[in-house]
Design a protein around this ligand. Structure first.
Ligand code: DQA
Length: 159
């Protein structure tokens, strides 16, 4: 059995649908999970979708991913802009990871322009709402697929 991609969500993402809908939209986190699972099926990936309001729990899940996952999609919420612990956990995981944000953080307050975790990920996708997660899964499917086909020359296909 291929290992799942861990799709990890940080603080306040359990409030999606209710929380600042003009920024984050009306979809709930359960809607995001359903759409991510459907998209992953089309990519022949399995995902393990989780949310926590606690930094330490997210660190634990990233540590667990090192052995149990093939890659990580991470929306760290506000911890993106504060957490050296998540940066260190991602570096230690030695897995392909994609940072995602529903909103375009660069259109928002300047404190959201800096991410502590970006140095430890393959790439960052922000501003596409729920589609940010789907684009991240497509990108990871390519990377994980390439690793599975050791020595492959690469299709260049991202979505
Ligand atoms: C977010 C952007 C962060 O700045 C914010 O703190 C969040 C959500 C996003 O998905 O757009 O909680 O990660």
């Amino acid at each position: 059995m291929a290992k799942p991609v861990y799709v990890l969500n940080g603080p306040n993402l359990n409030m999606l649908g209710l929380r600042e809908p003009e920024i984050y939209g009306r979809d709930t986190l359960a809607d995001v999970q359903r759409r991510a699972e459907a998209h992953a099926r089309g990519l022949t990936l399995t995902i393990d979708f989780r949310q926590s309001n606690h930094e330490g729990e997210l660190v634990g899940w990233i540590q667990e991913a090192r052995d149990k996952a093939s890659g990580i999609v991470l929306n760290a919420g506000a911890l993106t802009h504060t957490s050296v612990a998540l940066l260190d956990a991602l570096a230690a995981a030695e897995l392909p990871a994609v940072e995602v944000h529903l909103s375009n953080v660069f259109k928002r307050e300047s404190f959201r322009h800096h991410s502590y975790i970006s140095p430890a990920v393959v790439g960052v996708i922000c501003g596409f709402g729920v589609n940010s997660y789907l684009l991240a899964l497509s990108a990871l499917a390519d990377i994980v697929g390439e690793k599975g086909r050791a020595g492959g020359s690469g299709s260049g296909r991202m979505v």
